[in-house]
Design a protein around this ligand. Structure first.
Ligand code: GLV
Ligand code: MN
Ligand code: MN
Length: 435
């Protein structure tokens, strides 16, 4: 039984879930495209979404500010009065991300930020009894849509910002450093976003599952065991541009055919490896024309897996296959790694308090809630070096995500809010028990 008895009013939880659903719709309107959702790092939409979410944070009793990397962070100075006087008092961080993939759904990341704000609001009357401060983060660039490298915002908070990232450019050739300046951030101060290890007691994130396991099982919530490690590459295949009519097949060095073989090989090699998932999300001929044999092809590769070692072995197999294809077709290839993040194991204590939290949520299913591995990446991957990470999954109908049809039900959001609030209470109890 938690010391801080949590007796949530079901009507208040229901109202909180309604607000989350309505605000997901409102944020969906903050988009760079007219009839689809796209919100990328350091854009006008980034600034607008931060303004909107900052207002919601303030309404829930949080002090909201943008950090040196553009993340939105809300903090309620809570707990024993001695802690209230200390702006560096350890905090439990809740949150997720506010950026999206192109043509996105309206819940990936967003729902976790809004659920966290509602948890802070519901716990407001009990904040004085918490042994830690409570913070809510709306991270930016979890997806890596603009610069290819994912988790930029949470990497700044995790203190693992790599200066080499300043060389990243977006599709229009705008560099990350310039984009910082254009947004009104000082690149030389990005380290100020880093949290001191010890300043956080943990990070808890609620997120839609982005897969069908919970929906297939007819269950609303799960605890996450670990998050897949990921690497992303931009691969260029170089051949020779020649006349599409006059060049005999024997004389062609068609970069697109080589790249296409590589795309199929990625699927074959990854499917043979139970723990590795590979996706080519883009394949272009930048200087392509209808009547020219492609002289250059570019593809992206997203490679992820439960075990970093298996993922890396698969990358070696892919490079060997690229060598073979290039040798056979008279091509060259090179690759640039734009993102790398190790797999992260969730903290057992945080998993336990989330399990206990789920047990108190209405109609969360019989027995122990399921424990799922996350093949999708999450901000916790960049925070693992400074604090413990725990995650809660919400049922995602049909497992559709990174798609406009992405969904979550109002009832499951209510369950997620109740479970996360109870998990915070259980964690408070664990901390209070410590000498
Ligand atoms: C984020 O959604 C990722 O897994 O790429
Ligand atoms: Mn995503
Ligand atoms: Mn996400």
């Amino acid at each position: 039984m938690p010391a801080m008895l949590l007796d949530l009013d079901p009507a208040a939880v229901d109202a909180a879930a309604r607000r989350v659903m309505a605000r997901c719709d409102e944020l969906a309107e903050v988009s760079s495209a007219a009839r689809r959702i796209e919100r990328v790092y350091l854009s006008r939409e980034h600034a607008a979404a931060n303004r909107l979410a900052a207002g919601w944070m303030r309404e829930a009793g949080l002090e909201a500010a943008q950090d040196a990397a553009g993340n939105l962070v809300g903090r309620t100075v809570v707990g024993p009065r001695a802690l209230a006087a200390d702006p560096d008092a350890p905090a439990l961080l809740l949150g997720s991300h506010l950026d999206t993939v192109p043509d996105a759904g309206r819940y990936d990341g967003i729902v976790g930020v809004l659920v966290a704000i509602e948890v802070a609001r519901l716990l407001r009357p009990r904040l004085e009894s918490l042994p830690f401060a409570l913070e809510v983060a709306g991270f930016w660039d979890e997806e890596g849509t603009r610069f290819g490298k994912a988790l930029l915002g949470s990497s700044a908070v995790g203190g693992v910002w790599d200066p080499a990232w300043w060389d990243l450019t977006d599709a229009n050739g705008v560099g990350l450093r310039q984009a910082f300046g254009d947004f009104g951030l000082d690149p030389d101060r990005v380290s100020e976003a880093a949290r001191r290890p010890g300043s956080l007691v943990g990070y808890l994130e609620a997120h839609i599952e982005q897969g069908p396991v919970l929906d297939d099982a007819g269950l609303p919530l799960a605890v996450v065991s670990s998050i897949a490690g990921a690497r992303r590459f931009e691969i260029a295949v170089h051949g020779e541009a020649r006349h599409a009519g006059g060049t005999p097949y024997e004389a062609r060095h068609d970069a697109l055919l080589g790249a296409s073989e590589a795309v199929v090989a990625v699927e074959r090699l990854c499917r043979a490896e139970r723990h590795v998932i590979g996706t080519v999300g883009r394949l272009d001929t930048p200087a392509g024309a209808m009547n020219v044999v492609p002289g250059e092809a570019r593809l992206t590769l997203d490679l992820r897996g439960e075990l970093d070692s298996a993922r890396d072995l698969t990358w070696s197999a892919i490079t060997a296959t690229l060598d073979e294809i290039a040798g056979r077709r008279g091509l060259r290839w090179d690759a640039r790694q734009v993102h790398s993040a190790a797999a992260v194991t969730c903290d057992p204590l945080l998993a336990d308090v989330l399990r206990a939290g789920i047990a108190t949520a209405p109609d969360a299913g019989p027995g122990e809630p399921p424990t799922l591995f996350s093949p999708a990446g999450h901000d916790g991957m960049a925070l693992g070096g400074i604090t413990d990470v725990g995650m809660l999954f919400l049922r995602n109908p049909d497992g559709i995500s990174h798609h406009p049809a992405e969904a979550v039900s109002h009832q499951d959001v209510a369950r997620g809010i109740a479970a996360l609030a109870a998990a915070v209470a259980h964690l408070a109890d664990e901390h209070a028990r410590r000498p």
